[in-house]
Design a binder for this molecule. Structure first.
Ligand code: SAH
Length: 343
C-alpha cells in the first residue's frame, strides 16, 4: 500500500503517472489531501474508476479526535487523536496575537526519559509518518475552523529521533500548493541530539531551533535528562555555537524551573558563560506538576531571570496557556491510557 500523503507533489505525480494517469491528476490529489479529505471518494473531480483504484492501492490515515478540550481561560484547544493503528497522540492549538499556532507530536511516546516529563513515562511506541505529522496541522485547522500560521514541534516525542520524517513533513507544509507555511513560522524543540542538530545546521533551514537545556552543568543535567549521558551538555553547547555560525539563527533555550535542582544563581551564571558569543534566548518555564514526578516548581523564577539578564542574556518567563485542560505535553495521553487500563 502506498502512503500517498507522505509524498511530495512531484512524487505524487509520478505515482499517478505509473497508474497511467495524466500529470495534472497528481496536483489534484495533492490539493484534496492537503485540504483535509478523509477518503478518496471525496475527490469528486476524479473519475470514479480512479478513486476506486486509489482506494485499493493507497492508504489514508486520517486521525480521529477522540477527545477535545477547550480552555475557558484562553481558548487553547487540546486534541487527543486516535491514529489508524489505535495509538493516541496530542496536538494543541494556541491562539497568539501573532497567529494561530499548532503544537504537534512527533512520536507515539518518547524514548528520552526526562525525569520531569509525562510524555516519556511509558516509553516510545513508534515514530509518526510524514502524513501523521501533517494531519495534526490539517485536521486541527479543519476542526477549529481557524487558519493556522505557525507550527511548533514541541508535543509528545523527540523530533530529532524521527528526523527523516520530520524533514519530509517540513518540506510538505512548506509547499505553496499545500499549507504554504514558511520555515520562519516553524519551531522545532530537541532535548539535545547532537548529530540531528548538526544535520539541521548543514541544511541551513530557517526554522527556530529550541534546545531543552534545563541544566547547564553535566551533573544536574544527567540526573534529570538521561540524553546528557550520550550527548554531554559541554558538547551540546559546542553544537549550538556551530549551529549559530552556520545558520545565523538565534537559538531558544527551554528551561523548566525545578525547585532546588536547577534554579541556583550559579547555574544562571554558568548559562551566561556558555552562551557567550552567541545571541541565545532563555525561555523559563514554570514546571508543570506531573503526577509521576518527584519534582516541584521553583519559587526562584524571577530571581533567576534577573540574574541571567544581569549578564546580558535575554530571558522570558513562558506564559502558560490552557492551565485548566492538561495542555502540557503528554498529560492528556497519560490520562487516557490510565483510564483505558481501568486504573
Ligand atoms: N523532545 C523535545 C520536544 C518535546 S517537549 C524536547 O525535549 O525538546 C517540549 C518541552 O516541554 C521541552 O522543553 C520539555 O523539556 C518541556 N517539558 C516537559 N515536561 C515538562 C514539565 N513537566 N514542565 C515544564 N516543561 C516540561
Amino acid at each position: 500500500m502506498i502512503d500517498l500523503k507522505s509524498q511530495t507533489p512531484e512524487e505524487m505525480t509520478r505515482t499517478l503517472k505509473d497508474m497511467g494517469e495524466p500529470a495534472f491528476r497528481g496536483k489534484q490529489v495533492f490539493s484534496w489531501l492537503h485540504g483535509g479529505v478523509s477518503s478518496f471518494d471525496e475527490m469528486t473531480n476524479l473519475p470514479k474508476s480512479l478513486r476506486e483504484k486509489l482506494e485499493r492501492t493507497c492508504i489514508l490515515t486520517p486521525p480521529v479526535a477522540v477527545r477535545k478540550q477547550v480552555s475557558k481561560l484562553d481558548g487553547t484547544v487540546k486534541y487527543l487523536w486516535e491514529l489508524s493503528d489505535g495509538n493516541c497522540i496530542e496536538s494543541v492549538l494556541m491562539r497568539y496575537h501573532h497567529g494561530n499556532t499548532v503544537c504537534i507530536s512527533s512520536q507515539v511516546g518518547c524514548l528520552m526519559g526526562c525525569a520531569f516529563c509525562a510524555s516519556t513515562v511509558a516509553g516510545k511506541v513508534r515514530s509518526l509518518t510524514p502524513a501523521e505529522l501533517l494531519d495534526q496541522v490539517i485536521f486541527t485547522q479543519k476542526d477549529a475552523g481557524l487558519p493556522v500560521s505557525n507550527i511548533v514541534l514541541m508535543g509528545i516525542g523527540e523530533p530529532l529521533d524521527n528526523l527523516d520524517n520530520v524533514l519530509r513533513f517540513l518540506e510538505l507544509v512548506n509547499c505553496p500548493e499545500g499549507l504554504n507555511i514558511g520555515m520562519r513560522h516553524i519551531s522545532l524543540s530537541t532535548c539535545g541530539i547532537i548529530p540531528g542538530i548538526d544535520r539541521l545546521a548543514e541544511l541551513g533551514l530557517q526554522l527556530t531551533l529550541s534546545v531543552s537545556l534545563h541544566a547547564p552543568d553535566g551533573e544536574t543535567r544527567s540526573k534529570i535528562m538521561p540524553v546528557n549521558r550520550a550527548y554531554p551538555v559541554e558538547e551540546l553547547f559546542a553544537a549550538c555555537h556551530r549551529y549559530f555560525k552556520k545558520t545565523g539563527r538565534r537559538i531558544s533555550f527551554e528551561y523548566a524551573m525545578i525547585d532546588g535542582v536547577n534554579d541556583g544563581d550559579w547555574q544562571a551564571d554558568l548559562i551566561s558563560e556558555k552562551l557567550r558569543g552567541m545571541p541565545g534566548h532563555v525561555n523559563l518555564i514554570p514546571l508543570n506538576d506531573v503526577v509521576e514526578s518527584p519534582f516541584k516548581p521553583s519559587k526562584r523564577t524571577a530571581a533567576f531571570q534577573k540574574r541571567l539578564e544581569s549578564h546580558g542574556v535575554t530571558a522570558t518567563v513562558r506564559r502558560s496557556l490552557g492551565g485548566d485542560i492538561d495542555a502540557s505535553c503528554g498529560q492528556l495521553r497519560r490520562k487516557a491510557m490510565e483510564e483505558r487500563k481501568g486504573v
